[in-house]
Design a protein around this ligand. Structure first.
Ligand code: ATP
Length: 719
């Protein structure tokens, strides 16, 4: 039993007393459900922390959960109670009906909130931090994903305690074979081993969170973890730009700059920060925050929509970077050695290849440098790379390819007319996961409108020399027509661009999108332009140059290297012929009884449980196996050319082109395999979670039944 704050209310540690409803959130190691606490008929949140994914000892986790239950502050979420159910720790908490600020931004404010709302949210968060710091705690995970809102606009800081203990015993973001999220919010001293840190680390994270709320994503959030780590340590601190972020007040900019000082000793305490003039005029959250979510669909529908969107984006987001680099590099070299000797021309083309990544990087570096002006320690921390000119100043395309539609239409409302329904396939997957078909994911109609910037097109046109991937993916319709008429090898380049690529450590996501992946993920690869007309008619969403089709991401027809999980059809790989020996043939797996069998009301729970456990085990096994295969693949990929597995063809003047194309084909095949395995992995993870939920629900039913039996109550239907 757990007690509740100041009141005498207690919550039982009996899982059977909690009826799990919809999934409302997920993080690195936990899934959060809306649930009913049956004895009080009260809605609560149940956080199911997968202990197998935790690096901590159960005792540590328990201790932290207990600490969490002792917390008593209106701005800190507390645990009513916690207990272990199988391999999960269930933490029972108040249900925050509007979810996290991160979810809210993802669904309705991709470019961040307006200053008055941010001010209120931050002030409430600071009050929470003030309380925690006074109690001698460091939160260590302040970010928009951990700032929860209820329907009255009440702001509570979450994820205290359990997260902290995970932090203690290892990398916060690492769970078993998974590296999720980015260290975007971590202070430089936290990222540097041995440097030691204290509660001022929370102040840094708070500053990053302020930027996250202002822009819709944390600085550097699009980069791989290692790059973020290096950028945080080496670059000047990020900040609001005095010119570009004109809509924000000077006070806000100053306040952020105070937090984002690299020398932790120079950062203010929470108390001092609370006294900053920026917070003087903070409106009560009921006024400024509550209006953010009027007219939005219920949290679980939003979360579902975000999951679907993120699943697609995650599957495709890696398309451009590494492979684009590899391809452009190989094209570059081939151009020089084979038929184009004009190195200057090639260099010029390489410059044209700069995509959003580079531009954004330039922007962020610029942002950092500009911000550093306001940071007293900037000169110590700046990389001093004066040669890096911001993309804009080089006359490159605007960073904001899809400019914010302005503050006026960011008022938190998604008019019904702007909602678009997902297709039958998506609905099927919802059904499969026990979610009603009449749920309409809130996707903004306005996002369907492609918003090109003409400069982009012209900048990307290749004038001469070898066809670069970007040239193949030129944005103009005429170029698209050319793609269709291209020789197969050139089309392949286009196809290859559509394939996921893998820069940095291979990520095996728990979910399509972990809580920590806060930035809207953009494909920078021009994928949209590779979609055929049919797909275009089915577009439901365009973010950056990324498109989602209403065929529930049924891109298998459009993208040969399909990497989007299609839950309703089981494995997304069944249609793919390219996986070869890496594919798990469905027949290799013990056949599962049809799902209908599980839902057969006449079957006793005892008959269902073994099937369910079996299914559960299979899925976990598959997950493990895929992880191992992916690891092997990574190693092979890295060692391939050295260890003879993928021997490079001898390069002679005659066969240079052939050798290169054979090598790049092998490379492409490997990438296909990796991407498909990853898609499969995601799909399985998704299914695993659905099964987990079913498993828990059945377990609850079993518990209830056995309790009824013990109490001698007649069973339902016995009469
Ligand atoms: N009490 C709650 N009410 C409603 N939603 C919640 C609640 N607690 C958490 N959530 C949702 O679930 C998400 C994940 O929860 P939480 O951050 O606790 O998990 P986690 O695994 O610790 O995440 P991470 O480690 O990635 O930060 C939150 O971002 C939020 O959207």
């Amino acid at each position: 039993m757990g007690r509740m704050g100041g009141s005498t209310k207690t919550y039982s540690a009996n899982p059977g007393d909690y009826k799990l409803l919809e999934e409302v959130g997920y993080g690195a190691s936990a899934t959060v459900y809306r649930a009913i606490y049956i004895p009080f008929n009260e809605v609560v949140a149940v956080k199911c922390l997968d202990l197998d994914r935790c690096n901590s000892h159960l005792d540590d986790i328990r201790r932290e959960a207990q600490t969490m239950s002792l917390i008593d502050h209106p701005n800190v979420i507390r645990a009513y109670c916690s207990f272990v159910v199988d391999h999960n720790l269930w933490v029972i908490m108040p249900f925050m009906a509007e979810g996290s600020c991160l979810h809210l931004m993802k669904i309705a404010y991709p470019d961040g909130f307006e200053e008055p709302a941010i001010c209120s949210i931050l002030k409430e968060t600071l009050k929470a931090l003030e309380y925690l710091h006074r109690q001698g705690h460091i939160h260590r995970d302040v970010k928009a994903g951990n700032i929860l809102l209820d329907s009255n606009g009440v702001v509570k800081l979450a994820d205290f305690g359990v997260s902290a203990c995970m932090f203690d015993t290892g990398d916060r973001q690492r769970s078993r074979n998974t590296f999720v999220g980015t260290p975007c919010w971590m202070a430089p001293e936290v990222l540097q081993p041995g440097s030691g840190y204290n509660s001022k680390a929370d102040i840094w994270s708070f500053g990053i969170t302020a930027l996250e709320l202002a822009h819709g994503h944390a600085p550097f959030s699009k980069y791989p973890p290692m790059k973020v780590l290096l950028m945080t340590i080496q670059n000047a601190p990020p900040g609001l730009d005095y010119d570009r972020d004109k809509k924000f007040s000077k006070l806000f900019k100053e306040m952020i700059a105070m937090c984002l000082v690299k020398d932790q000793a120079k950062r203010p305490t929470v108390e001092k920060l609370l006294k900053h003039s920026f917070f003087k005029n903070a409106k009560p959250p009921e006024l400024s925050v509550k209006k953010l979510f009027t007219d939005l669909p219920p949290l679980w529908q939003r979360v579902k929509a975000i999951q679907l969107k993120d699943a697609a984006q995650l599957a495709l987001k890696k398309m451009p970077s590494a492979e684009e680099e590899a391809l452009s590099q190989s094209e570059y070299q081939r151009g020089v050695s084979a038929w184009n000797f004009d190195i200057e021309d090639l260099k010029a083309q390489a410059l044209l290849l700069r995509d959003d990544d580079d531009i954004q990087e330039g922007k962020e570096e610029d942002e950092s440098n500009k911000a550093s002006i306001s940071n007293k320690d900037a000169d110590q921390s700046s990389t001093g790379d004066d040669d890096i000119r911001p993309a804009e100043s080089q006359g490159n395309i605007s960073v904001d390819e899809f400019p914010s539609s302005g503050s006026s239409n960011r008022k938190g409302k998604i008019p019904e007319s702007e909602m678009v329904e997902f297709s039958g396939q998506e609905k099927l997957s919802r059904k499969k996961n026990g979610i009603s078909n009449d749920i309409v994911p809130p996707v903004l109609e306005k996002d369907r409108q492609p918003k090109f910037k003409p400069q982009t097109t012209s900048r990307r046109q290749s004038q001469s020399g070898p066809l670069t991937p970007n040239a193949v993916l030129g944005h103009s319709p005429s170029e698209r027509g050319e793609i269709e008429n291209m020789p197969t090898n050139e089309k392949l380049k286009c196809d290859a661009r559509r394939a996921p690529s893998f820069s940095g450590p291979l990520m095996l996501p728990n979910r399509a999108s972990a809580n920590s992946l806060s930035a809207p993920i953009k494909s920078s690869g021009g994928f949209r332009d590779c979609l055929d007309e049919k797909s275009k008619t089915n577009l439901v969403q365009i973010k950056g140059r990324f498109s989602v089709t209403s065929e529930n991401l049924d891109l298998v027809k459009d993208i040969p290297l399909n990497s989007v999980p299609r839950h309703s059809q089981g494995s997304p790989l069944r249609k793919s012929a390219s996986v070869g020996e890496w594919v798990f043939e469905p027949k290799q797996m013990p056949a599962n009884p049809p799902i209908k069998e599980y839902s057969n009301a006449s079957l006793p729970s005892s008959a269902i449980m073994p099937h369910l456990q079996n299914l559960f085990q299979q899925t976990s096994l598959q997950q493990e196996l895929i992880a191992t295969l992916l690891n092997n693949l990574q190693t092979n990929d890295a060692d391939g050319s050295q260890n003879g597995k993928l021997p490079p063809l001898p390069r002679t003047l005659e066969n240079n082109g052939i050798a290169d194309s054979a090598a790049s084909q092998r490379e492409r095949l490997l990438l296909i395999k990796v991407s498909e395995l990853q898609a499969r992995m995601m799909n399985l993870t998704y299914e695993l979670n659905a099964e987990k939920l079913k498993y828990m629900q059945l377990q609850q039913q079993l518990n209830t039944l056995s309790r009824q039996e013990e109490d001698g109550e007649p069973r339902e239907g016995d009469a």
